[in-house]
Design a protein around this ligand. Structure first.
Ligand code: R5P
Length: 298
C-alpha cells in the first residue's frame, strides 16, 4: 500500500525528516484558522487507497486536538485505506484518574474515544502511570516508542556522566532505564503534588547521601510542564550544597515560562527532545519515529 506522511505548522520539519529517513513520501496538510478561531483543514493531495500518517504533537493540546480530529475524520471520508496518528507528544494522558469527585478522566475520553477514529496511534513515552499500557485506553492498534536510547546517548555524549535523579516515582521508568544503559548511578525521589504549582519533593537518606557525593547531577523526567517538579528538586539539592548540572526531559512543554524559571534556579543546561517543537528542543527523535515506520510493515 502506498504510504504518505502529512503534517502542518511547526511539526512539518520533523515530519519531513521522518519521511526522508523512512523513505516515505511527504505532503503538506493545509491547516489554518477561521477569523473566529475555528480550525480549517484541507487535504491537497490524493489520499484515496493510501496508508496515511498524520504527524502532529498534541501541543498546544486543545488546538492541535481539533486539527488532528478534523484531519482523521476527513482522511476517512476521502478514502484513505488506513490512517495513523503519529503524535510524538500525546497530551491529556496525565489526567488518568478521577482524582476529585466529578472530574473528567481526560485520558479515557480524548485518547480512548475521540482519537479512536485513527486505526493506529504511534507515540513516544506517553504518560502511562495509572493506565499501564496504551491498549488499556486506546481501542485500536498502537505503538509506544521510548526516547530512552536517544536520551541515554545524548547524556553520555554531551554531559559525560553524573548522578541521574528521577524527581518522582513516575519518572522511575525513564531515570532507571537511562542510568542503566550508560552505567550511571541513579536515585529516584518522592513527590507529593498539591496543585499544578505546589509540589513537595522528599529525599530519603540514601538520596541525600548520593546527591551530596555527586557534583554532576542530571535530573531526568518524562515531561517538564510548569517546571515545579524540577525547581523543587533543584532546591532540595541546593539545601545539600549541590547544584544540579543539567535537566533532560522527553517532552518539553515549558508552560508558564517554565524554562526561564528553571534557569533562574542556577541550572545552566536544559534539554528536551523535539517531540514538542520549540527553541529548546535540541534532541532529535526523527530517527526513532522513522525506524518504527520501517519496522511495522505496511
Ligand atoms: C508527572 O509526575 C511527570 O513525571 C512530571 O514530573 C510532571 O508532569 C512535571 O510537571 P511539572 O513540570 O508541572 O511539575
Amino acid at each position: 500500500m502506498e504510504r504518505v506522511i502529512l503534517s502542518f505548522g511547526e511539526y512539518e520539519k520533523l515530519a519531513r525528516r521522518v519521511a526522508r529517513k523512512a523513505g516515505v513520501s511527504y505532503s503538506r496538510l493545509n491547516v489554518s484558522r477561521f477569523p473566529d478561531s475555528e480550525s480549517y483543514v484541507r487535504f491537497r493531495s490524493d489520499i484515496r487507497g493510501k496508508s496515511v500518517y498524520i504527524l502532529q504533537s498534541l501541543h498546544p493540546a486543545n488546538e492541535k486536538l481539533m486539527d488532528v480530529l478534523l484531519a482523521g475524520y476527513t482522511a476517512k471520508e476521502l478514502g484513505a485505506r488506513r490512517i495513523t496518528l503519529i503524535a510524538p507528544y500525546l497530551a491529556y494522558m496525565r489526567q488518568d484518574k478521577r482524582f476529585k469527585e466529578g472530574e473528567a478522566v481526560s485520558a479515557r475520553i480524548v485518547v480512548g474515544r475521540l482519537l479512536s477514529v485513527y486505526d493506529k496511534l504511534i507515540t513516544i513515552d506517553p504518560h502511562l502511570h495509572r493506565i499501564k499500557k496504551m491498549s488499556d485506553v486506546f481501542p485500536n492498534s498502537s505503538r509506544v516508542l521510548t526516547a530512552n536510547d536517544v536520551l541515554a546517548s545524548f547524556i553520555k555524549r554531551r554531559l559525560g556522566g553524573g548522578l541521574i535523579i528521577g524527581p518522582d516515582g513516575e519518572s522511575f521508568q525513564w531515570a532507571r532505564s537511562i542510568a542503566k544503559k550508560i552505567n550511571l548511578d541513579v536515585v529516584v525521589l518522592k513527590k507529593e503534588r498539591y496543585s499544578a504549582e505546589r509540589v513537595r519533593i522528599k529525599l530519603s537518606s540514601e538520596a541525600r547521601e548520593k546527591i551530596r557525593r555527586d557534583r554532576n547531577a542530571v535530573i531526568v523526567d518524562d515531561i517538564i510542564s510548569t517546571g515545579h517538579t524540577v525547581i523543587e528538586t533543584v532546591r532540595k539539592a541546593k539545601e545539600l550544597g549541590m547544584l544540579v548540572r543539567a535537566v533532560v526531559c522527553v517532552h518539553g512543554v515549558f508552560a508558564e515560562d517554565a524554562y526561564k524559571k528553571i534557569r533562574r534556579t542556577g541550572v545552566k543546561e536544559i534539554y528536551s527532545t523535539n517531540t514538542i517543537a520549540g527553541e529548546h528542543s535540541s534532541i532529535d527523535v526523527s530517527g526513532l519515529i522513522a525506524g518504527s515506520l520501517n519496522n511495522q510493515g505496511r
